[in-house]
Unconditional design. Structure first.
Length: 206
């Protein structure tokens, strides 16, 4: 099945509804109607059908994010759901790690950092929401991976980029969704059959 999504502009992003990596983010509306993170869990690599992944990640974001207690029935009416469908990660290859600063585009690139003791992932909307520049993005990605803040400068560290098509509820309680893409093009969606070396496809906490 093929679905065409209308972006914020006039472009269309065409997706083949097959297997994709994805993340589900839950944001809770506080008493001031400000969004507060309530859970975010997902799969960085494609491993099952899209709708099965959405179901599994939604349940996990609501009940298995160790940073938060399980979502209660009373909270659901004030929760906004966001689904990020990911393109396959591609390694960013540079001669000098400092060149990562020029290779990364804020608002387009989500990043995965892999170092000797683990890995970490940040979605492309995170640096936009938090107002980071490229260096702040990389430093916080290191923290996310449980690594020292300058690990992105270590030659044996690997950095991967991906893009995301994001669906987000317009408001809580309604099933009215707003779809938009972060500078993503149809050409950014190659075959998802391959698995990226060194990146786990297991359930992944954001």
């Amino acid at each position: 099945m093929i679905i065409a999504l209308i972006t914020n502009g006039n472009d269309k992003l065409v997706l083949d509804i097959g297997q994709y990596g994805l993340f589900v983010t839950l944001n809770y509306l506080d008493s001031n109607s400000q969004e507060q993170l309530r859970g975010c869990v997902g799969f960085p690599l494609a491993e099952k059908s899209l709708y099965h992944s959405i179901i599994d990640a939604s349940i996990a974001a609501a009940t298995q994010d160790p940073r938060f207690p399980p979502l209660t029935k009373e909270e659901i009416a004030r929760v906004i759901f966001e689904v990020s469908i990911l393109t396959p990660p591609a390694e960013i290859k540079v001669q000098d790690p400092r060149n990562y600063l020029d290779a990364i585009k804020i608002g387009r690139d989500g990043l995965i950092l892999k170092w000797e003791h683990g890995s970490g992932l940040l979605l492309p909307q995170v640096p936009v929401e938090l107002g980071w520049d490229a260096e702040e993005y990389l430093v916080n990605l290191c923290y996310k991976a449980g690594a020292p803040p300058d690990t992105w400068l270590v030659p044996f560290t690997k950095l991967y980029s991906f893009q995301a098509c994001i669906y987000k509820e317009v408001q809580a309680q309604r099933r009215d969704y707003q779809g938009y893409a972060l500078e993503i093009k149809q050409a950014s969606l190659p075959s998802l059959a391959r698995q990226t070396d060194g990146i786990s496809s297991r359930l992944f906490l954001l």
